[in-house]
Write a protein that binds this ligand. Sequence first.
Ligand SMILES: [Zn+2]
Length: 468
Amino acid sequence: MAQAAAVYCRISDDREGSRAGVGRQQDDCEALAKRKRWKIGGLYVDNDVSAWSGKVRPQYRRMLDDIKVGLIDGVVIWHQDRLVRHPKELEEFFEICDAAGVREMATVTGDIDLGTDDGRFHARILGAVARKESDDKSRRIRRKMEELAKQGRGKGGGKRPFGFNEDRVTIKETEAKLIKAAAIRVLAGESIKGVCREWTALRVPTVSGVPWNPTVVKRMLVAPRTAGLREHGGVVVADAEWPGILSRDQHQRLNLLLCDPRRRKNTTGGARRYLLTGYIYCALCNAKLIARPKQDGRRCYCCATGPGFKGCGKIRSLSEPIEELVAESIFVAMDFGRVDRAMKRQDGSVSKERLLLDAIRVEEEALDQLARDFYAERLLSRSEFLAAKGALEVKIDGGRTQLSEVESGRVFMDFPRSENELRSAWENRGLDWRRAVVDAVLEGVTLHSAVKGRNFFDPERVELTFKA
Ligand SMILES: [Zn+2]
């Protein structure tokens, strides 16, 4: 029975995810030690993502040193392949344990008795099997993939990516044009779903022959490949050997827009059917009106009262005439000179946006580094780690808030230049875009109560406040 067992965990380069994460390894090992009534004498965690690069594992070495000087009398690991990577290392491990009199090694998958020939034989077999599996096959392939990735070369295999020819390197112009237009429109507030509907209506063929769906369109728009970047294991590792269809800048902004969990609502364009929810208020009580259809299904805005609502319950009106009136007012009141100026201002805010994006990225990287320092290197205490993590998260949140303010003017980046163009865009673009326009030009809409006895829609009830 070990009085001071070492728990050793290793995060490895594991693209298939067939090995447990380090948290799980540690939990399982600690549970096992408890079951065996072993006392834990030390925890050693290595971040070994580049196992085959031949880097030393500092925590593993520290554990061997502790065994040598007698601080450790047993070893708990998740599986033997976490402990050693080569038969040579296993032999060294045997020698050190033997010299120090350490005989006990437990793994979650079964105990190994280091003190007997049988036990060692068993361990060697396990090591040989693991080595055969990883070295012969996956490691070689992985290394090859990694090399190719670092040179920016493609993976090959499977169907060609949309936007590229069969060689996967030259751009297919007809498709690239569609991708570029889609990126601009999505960045200007239109939904992925809208793009999808349009491509389906235009009978744009997919590579696979399966009809377009929002997930596929989104994945393509945010893929590093589309921006001429080579990704490996979820990380951009190099400039690709093929040119980008979208710019780096668009790539970053699309990722931020479509992949930020707090903005999931934007991703595939939910079931929103109301132009003005969030912008329209009750004139009597100032509450936001909510969307609530009548029994017959006709859409209505109403001031809701009752549990969970703050309104007075005194105002209700069909949505359609209000929305038509608001749209008409926007068409007539739109100052296209101002749109021009806003477009120019957008150039400025693009650089501001980039600064914010860069700052957010730096902070996110710092957060990653912090996690590595804590989990793998053990350079920080738990409370230091949590304090630093909290501070970084506050900064990242602040950056995101500023960014979304800059982005609200983004609709002007691709905006109609005349009233007629605006009218037809209003017809043809999705509700998300129309809402983005409302957001950009209106402070709000106030709905007054109806004059008794009037059974037609009274435009006087709708009060618009334009943004200055
Ligand atoms: Zn009200």
